[in-house]
Design a protein around this ligand. Structure first.
Ligand SMILES: Cc1ncc(COP(=O)(O)O)c(C=O)c1O
Ligand SMILES: [Zn+2]
Length: 428
């Protein structure tokens, strides 16, 4: 890859505007609000053209100027060597027909590299910065996907990883953390308790905790979902987008990416940004529906464990993004989540995890309510892979048929399809 030339300037407090150097820091020392990376976008506008990206490799690093990417110490392995991002934006005509929308696309991060979720993007930016800051040990608090991404990339870079999760993580997400040699620490508590513990660890140890003291850098990685959608649509923004929310960072950063593209003059149209949560953990959607500014923390109870964050760090910023873009929020019950996972798989051949079920089910509700227009060009952000949450979907699936290895038995089985004739699809 060519040397990095990032337009990142400084960290800025999202609340009071105080500025800080690009260094590890969890939040503002004056008002404790989250920090955000700021860029010299005027210079970027003078020097960069959208066509610049066309000839670059198909991964998230094609937008490197718009990410905080510092120079690395000699001998470090860069995450920019990893082929992360540029996941498919798949047209979804069969699902569009069922949902009743004119033009539908799936942004499919269920097939992201290396660990099959959008978290690979955020971790890559965080670990690049961790290495630049001289950190040898990285860590995270996680509902599962972040655990997998940190464990895998730490292994690839030769860093030590400690992963902190609630004790009730899905079996696939546990295995897909341990296999990389990461130390998995299961805490007997919910995610919000795990996260508070990681806040204390960050104050006591010189570690890079990707979603605590590296959070401003980590969060920027999510912007690449938005840049890719825009470029894949020929530098046009969709009319509407539905995104799942846990801590509320991804949706906030997709909104930021679209704003930056408008500021750069590369895209013009407005996008309504809609947020999706599980009913059993819906602090952001509830605040939206009650027209409140404050988020009231909840105790999560949902099969969508990757979204089970009861006290979302970026909840109020997610609300701001949704309201500013004239979007809305919805939530989906466990039954609606599994039904929507099946619908996405059966119509488009995409097996998403529970968070994807949340997104599809909420999109269906928003369309029924007219919050998303039937004439819209709509993008659904699918963020994780169904093979990681088999325990959630398996009880909702039919039993497979079991037969002896004889044609007669198969013929008998076929005859149970009452309407089956030689013209039926089941027989051709
Ligand atoms: C699959 C999946 N989708 C969406 C999210 C939500 O991301 P955020 O916490 O940035 O709102 C997560 C977070 O863990 C996730 O694992
Ligand atoms: Zn501040």
């Amino acid at each position: 890859m060519e040397p990095t030339m990032s337009y990142a300037l400084e960290l800025r407090c999202r609340s009071c505007g105080k500025t800080f150097a690009l260094a590890p820091q969890a939040g503002c020392d004056e008002c404790f609000a989250p920090l955000e990376v700021h860029y010299d976008l005027e210079r970027a506008q003078r020097e960069l053209r959208p066509e610049t990206f066309r000839s670059r490799p198909a991964n998230m690093w094609r937008y490197r100027e718009l990410l905080p990417l510092p120079a690395l110490p000699a001998g470090a392995i860069s995450t920019t060597q990893l082929q992360i991002g540029w996941t498919p934006l798949q047209p979804a005509p069969r699902l569009a027909r069922v949902l009743g929308v004119r033009e539908l696309y799936i942004k499919n991060d269920a097939v992201n590299f290396p660990t099959l979720s959008f978290k690979d993007r955020v971790v890559a930016v965080a670990l690049e910065n961790a290495q630049a800051f001289g950190m040898k040990t990285v860590a995270c608090s996680s509902t599962g996907n972040l655990a997998n991404a940190v464990a895998a990339q730490a292994a690839a870079l030769g860093l030590q990883a400690f992963i902190f999760t609630p004790a009730d993580l899905e079996p696939a997400k546990i295995a897909a953390t341990l296999v990389y040699g990461a130390r998995l620490v299961q805490i007997t508590g919910n995610y919000d308790q795990v996260n508070r513990l990681c806040g204390e660890i960050a104050q006591n140890l010189p570690w890079g905790i990707v979603n605590v003291n590296l959070r401003p850098f980590y969060a920027e990685g999510s912007k690449t979902v938005g840049y890719e959608i825009a470029e894949q649509l020929g530098w046009e923004l969709p009319d509407a987008l539905v995104c799942p929310m846990a801590g509320g960072s991804l949706i906030t950063k997709i909104h930021k990416s679209f704003q930056e593209l408008r500021q750069l003059g590369w895209a013009r149209n407005a996008t309504q940004i809609h947020g999706a949560q599980a009913t059993g953990c819906s602090p952001i959607a509830t605040a939206f529906k009650r027209d409140q500014r404050e988020i009231e923390p909840q105790k999560p109870q949902t099969i969508a464990r990757s979204l089970a964050i009861g006290d979302p760090a970026d909840g109020s910023f997610a609300l701001d993004a949704i309201r500013a873009s004239e979007g809305a929020c919805e939530d989906a019950s466990d039954g609606e989540i599994t039904q929507a996972m099946r619908l996405l798989a059966e119509t488009e051949g995409i097996f998403a995890e529970t968070a994807g079920g949340v997104t599809v089910a909420c999109a269906q509700k928003l369309l029924r309510q007219g919050r998303i227009r039937a004439q819209a060009r709509l993008v659904l952000v699918i963020t994780g892979n169904g093979l990681k949450t088999l325990d959630a979907i398996t009880p909702a699936l039919p039993e497979p048929v079991r037969l002896p290895p004889r044609y007669r038995a198969f013929e008998d089985y076929l005859s149970t399809f009452a309407t089956a004739t030689p013209a039926d699809p089941v027989l051709v």
